[in-house]
Design a protein around this ligand. Sequence first.
Ligand SMILES: NC(=O)c1ccc[n+]([C@@H]2O[C@H](COP(=O)([O-])OP(=O)(O)OC[C@H]3O[C@@H](n4cnc5c(N)ncnc54)[C@H](OP(=O)(O)O)[C@@H]3O)[C@@H](O)[C@H]2O)c1
Length: 230
Amino acid sequence: MYYSLVTGANRGIGLEIARQLSQRGHHVLMGVRDPKAAEAALRQVAATGGKATLIPLDLTYPDSLALAVSQVKMLTPRLDVLINNAAILLPESQQLLKAPMSEIEETLQVNVLGALRMVRHFRPLLKAGSRIINVSSEAGAICGGAGTYAPVYSLSKTALNALTMHLAHTLAGEEISVNAVCPGWVRTRMGGQGAPRSAAEGADTPVWLATETDPALTGRFWQDRREIGW
Ligand SMILES: NC(=O)c1ccc[n+]([C@@H]2O[C@H](COP(=O)([O-])OP(=O)(O)OC[C@H]3O[C@@H](n4cnc5c(N)ncnc54)[C@H](OP(=O)(O)O)[C@@H]3O)[C@@H](O)[C@H]2O)c1
């Protein structure tokens, strides 16, 4: 049995990743902020016939992550897959020189430091062959120069990409892979109803990285099952 932990698994792309991994026989550990409100999401994942457990966690509270680790340890000594999916997008119009610093800090806390905290806390459960997947965004790609879309959010995704590369180096000796993925523009609360992709399409490449690729493939950025530039 493979154990996979997905943050932000109560809705959107995270819920769909959880559903697809469960369909593939993984025991999915659904990281959620409000377990009571996530009961319906749990039922949706369990309806695929796989196993799923709600794990209460809030990325901004280290104590809640420590509790989440103890809860997961009671289920398994090994985490095969960690998907850092949860993120926030405060108003897209936020400008780096005008947005309140508190909002910029909150974005970086959740989208970047949240992912780093997850890896630090769950480090003892990550073993050779484990895979870390950071759900990022093409908005954070700077290989062609930084874009103008949602500068605060985009900056957080650029930092998440850099974190992915650094963690890939740090964990390479232990055969733990770390990759980043852009799901494309997806119909979720974050993406809005006008987005061209379904949650299932957005979840496809993260699930592919979690299940079908060579676990030695590390330190890369993916979209639609193809490598893209940082
Ligand atoms: N949708 C798109 O078009 C798109 C495009 C590119 C990249 N992405 C990326 O894809 C990922 C998923 O996005 P989505 O569209 O599914 O977003 P979403 O529908 O807004 O869902 C975000 C999830 O993150 C959780 N979350 C937020 N803050 C958290 C915290 N402090 N601790 C724990 N969980 C927290 C939310 O939980 P609550 O329900 O409790 O708030 C929710 O489950 C994100 O990393 C996003 O940046 C999305």
